[in-house]
Ligand binder design. Structure first.
Ligand code: NAP
Length: 306
């Protein structure tokens, strides 16, 4: 039986692994379908402390992985399919049909940005003009025209953040009313750099000869008309999907599937000796440094438990 199983190998999971390994718990980490997590799909990370010149997202996660392994973390490539947290011994079942047991489990499975599925979107995602994180990538669009897709608080926040860098921001929304809170909507709509494009959805992201975004084709959902907008960046902000399906019914979640920390805690779940860290529980900040912080908290709590 393992001392601790960590499910997920992004910033939260790998930081939990570093802390748990240094506490001699020999953590077993399931790397999941995307080893290294979401950050490995972005280009340069410029806001993770300690890297004044920025660091490639993949390199950052690989360093965390090496650091965890140096102290004794074991990393299994593969995904967890289901769990049984009902007994004192926690059971974890993998996609390959194997069963693992542990005294404690840390869930750090992250969340995926919801994407529109428009043509060209996936191809240009991650450094070629399509992003789901203005905080991560906004600074690369200094003096450029960008669009933001979505009408919620995130879309408004992303659009407002982007006005610091971009010369213009078009807010593309499928209705003519924002879902965002009034204060966020008012702020976005009164900003002179932000222009809403109502009743519009993303149909296609167009690329230039070098394979970078040069514009988009939008569709007016009322008239069916297709129209082209020139832009260098497309920020998709239509919500996130937490990767928590294997834990449904086993720990408390909200209606969207985010794991809810036990009252008065940050990383404890509704089940004793099961902890949570990172974006699968944090729908507000979604930052690598916060996921890392939660990972360290989860490992410290795990060490003190049982
Ligand atoms: P959200 O509130 O669910 O909004 C998603 C937006 O994307 C909606 O406007 C929706 O359109 C649109 N959308 C969904 N699927 C789409 C599709 N396939 N194509 C085009 N548009 C699509 O998500 P969120 O903005 O990420 O916010 C999530 C939660 O975090 C909310 O509770 C929010 O209040 C909170 N949050 C708070 C803050 C803050 O307080 N500073 C910041 C960010 C997020 P419809 O409106 O037509 O449904």
């Amino acid at each position: 039986m393992e001392e601790v199983i960590i499910i997920g190998s992004g910033c939260a999971g790998m930081t939990a692994a570093i802390y748990a390994a240094r506490a001699s718990m020999k953590p077993l980490v399931f790397a999941g379908a995307q080893p290294g997590g979401l950050l490995t799909t972005t280009s340069d990370v410029e806001n993770f402390p300690g890297f004044p010149a920025g660091i490639n997202g993949f390199d950052l996660l690989w360093r965390m992985r090496e650091q965890a392994q140096k102290f004794g973390a074991k990393i299994e490539n593969g995904s967890v399919k289901s769990v049984d947290f009902s007994g004192e011994i926690k059971k974890v079942f993998t996609e390959d049909g194997l069963e693992f047991q542990a005294k404690r489990v840390i869930i750090a499975t992250g969340a995926k940005p919801r994407m529109t599925g428009a043509k060209g979107e996936a191809e240009l995602y991650g450094g070629r003009g399509v992003s789901a994180c203005a905080t991560c990538d906004g600074a690369f669009y200094k003096g450029k025209d960008v669009i933001v897709v979505g009408g919620g608080d995130s879309a408004c926040e992303e659009a407002l953040f982007l006005t610091r860098f971009a010369s213009s921001v078009k807010l593309v929304h499928r209705r003519d009313q924002l879902r965002a809170s009034k204060i966020m909507a008012d702020r976005a709509l009164s900003n002179e750099k932000i222009t809403p494009l109502w009743f519009s959805v993303l149909e296609e992201v167009l690329q230039d000869e070098e394979g970078f975004c040069r514009g988009v084709i939008l569709k007016n959902v009322q008239t069916g008309e297709l129209y082209e907008v020139a832009c260098k960046g497309v920020f998709v902000a239509i919500g996130h999907i937490p990767s928590t399906a294997p834990f449904k019914g086993h720990v408390d979640m909200d209606e969207e599937g985010y794991i809810i920390p036990a009252p008065g805690t940050v990383v404890n779940t509704s089940v004793k000796n099961v902890f949570v860290a990172g974006d699968c529980s944090d729908k507000k900040y979604r930052q690598a440094v916060i996921a890392a912080g939660m990972g360290s908290m989860a490992a410290i709590e795990a060490e003190a438990s049982v």
